[in-house]
Design a protein around this ligand. Structure first.
Ligand code: PSU
Ligand code: MN
Length: 301
C-alpha cells in the first residue's frame, strides 16, 4: 500500500469484506459551498450513502496524509477553514505531502486517492471542464485528464455552463471517456436538466452502469467513466435566471482578472450570490441525488 495513504478503519473493513464504498470529494466542502451548509451537506451526503447500503469515504489531505474516509470532526475542520485550505489538484500533491500540509481534494485528486484505496465509485456535484474562452486562456480542468487515466466512475449532475459544454464533450471524446446520461439522452447542465447537448449513451439502471464500468475494468482500458445524473425536476432552476447569473459572473471574473485555480471557486461563489440561496438549495439536492445513485451502483459493482 502507498505509504502516504491513510484509510479509515470503517472504510478499510468494508473494502476487506468486499462491501460497497463510495468516495466523496472535499473541495466541494471547502470551496464549493459556504459554512455551515457545506458541513451539514457533507454529513447528509454520507448519511444518504449509508441509507442506501454503502459506506461513504470522504477524501481529503490532512497533515500530509491522503485520507480515504474522514471523521465528522475532520469534515467540520475542512468546512470551517473553507478557502484557507489549499484546493489540491494533481500538481499540488508532491509539495503538500512533503510539507505535511492540508488539502481539499478536487475531482482529480479524489479519483487518484480513491483508486489508490481500491474505491471504484465517486459521487459529487459538478466536474471541471473546458472553460468558455479556453481557445485563448487554455483553461481546461485537470479533471478531464484524470478521467482519461484513472479507473473510477464519477457520478455528477453534468457540468455548469460556466464551462463550454460542447468543447468539454469534445475533449472527453478525444480522451476516450464514456459520457453516460442516467435516464436521459441529454447532458444535464447541473442546475437544469437540459443543455441541448447529447451524451454518448443513455443508461437507466444502476445494474447497467455497473456492468458497463466492469467491462471497462476487465478489458484493462485505462481511465474512468462519467455518469451525468440530472437534478430532480422539483429542484431544477429556471434556465433564464441561472444563465443570466453565469454570464454576469464570467464577465466579472474577466474584469477582475481572475485566473487559474481561482476561476472555478470565484464563479461558483458569484453565481450563488447572484441567485440568492436558490442555487445553493439546488446544489445540495443534486449532490444528495448523486450520492443515492452512487450507493446503488457501488452495490452492483
Ligand atoms: N464544479 C462545481 N462544484 C465544485 C467544483 C466544480 O459545480 O465544487 C470543484 C470540483 O472539486 C472540481 C473543481 O474538481 O472544482 C474543478 O476546478 P478547476 O476548474 O480549477 O479544475
Ligand atoms: Mn482551470
Amino acid at each position: 500500500m502507498n505509504k502516504f495513504l491513510s484509510i479509515s478503519p470503517e472504510v478499510q473493513q468494508a473494502l476487506d469484506e468486499g462491501r460497497p464504498v463510495v468516495a466523496l470529494e472535499s473541495t466541494i466542502i471547502s470551496h464549493g459551498m459556504p459554512y455551515p451548509q457545506n458541513v451539514e451537506t457533507a454529513l447528509r451526503v454520507e448519511q444518504t450513502i449509508r441509507d442506501n447500503g454503502a459506506v461513504p469515504a470522504t477524501i481529503a489531505i490532512i497533515g500530509g496524509k491522503l485520507k480515504a474516509g474522514c471523521t465528522p470532526e475532520e469534515i467540520e475542520y475542512l468546512g470551517k477553514k473553507g478557502k484557507d485550505v489549499t484546493k489540491a489538484s494533481r500538481r499540488d500533491l508532491p509539495v503538500l505531502i512533503a510539507r505535511k500540509a492540508d488539502g481539499a481534494t478536487t475531482v482529480t485528486t479524489t479519483m487518484i486517492i480513491a483508486a489508490m484505496a481500491g474505491i471504484r465509485v465517486f459521487a459529487t456535484g459538478g466536474i471541471g471542464g473546458v472553460h468558455r474562452g479556453a481557445e485563448t486562456t487554455m483553461d481546461i480542468s485537470a479533471d478531464l485528464e484524470e478521467l482519461a487515466m484513472t479507473p473510477v466512475m464519477v457520478i455528477c449532475a453534468g457540468a455548469k455552463s460556466i464551462l463550454d459544454l460542447g468543447l468539454t464533450l469534445e475533449y472527453l471524446e478525444t480522451k476516450g471517456v464514456p459520457v453516460i446520461g442516467y435516464g436521459t439522452e441529454e447532458l444535464p447542465a447541473f442546475y437544469t436538466r437540459h443543455s441541448g447537448f447529447k451524451v454518448d449513451y443513455r443508461i437507466d439502471t444502476p445494474q447497467e452502469l455497473a456492468a458497463a464500468f466492469r467491462a471497462k475494468l476487465e478489458m484493462g482500458l485505462q481511465g474512468g467513466m462519467l455518469v451525468t445524473n440530472p437534478i430532480p425536476e422539483e429542484y431544477s432552476m429556471p434556465p433564464e435566471i441561472i444563465n443570466r447569473a453565469i454570464d454576469e459572473a464570467i464577465e466579472e471574473a474577466v474584469n477582475q482578472g481572475i485566473r487559474g485555480k481561482e476561476t472555478t471557486p470565484f464563479l461558483l461563489a458569484k453565481v450563488k450570490e447572484l441567485t440568492g440561496g436558490d442555487s445553493l438549495d439546488a446544489n445540495i439536492q443534486l449532490v444528495l441525488n448523486n450520492a443515492r445513485l452512487a450507493a446503488l451502483t457501488a452495490r452492483e459493482l
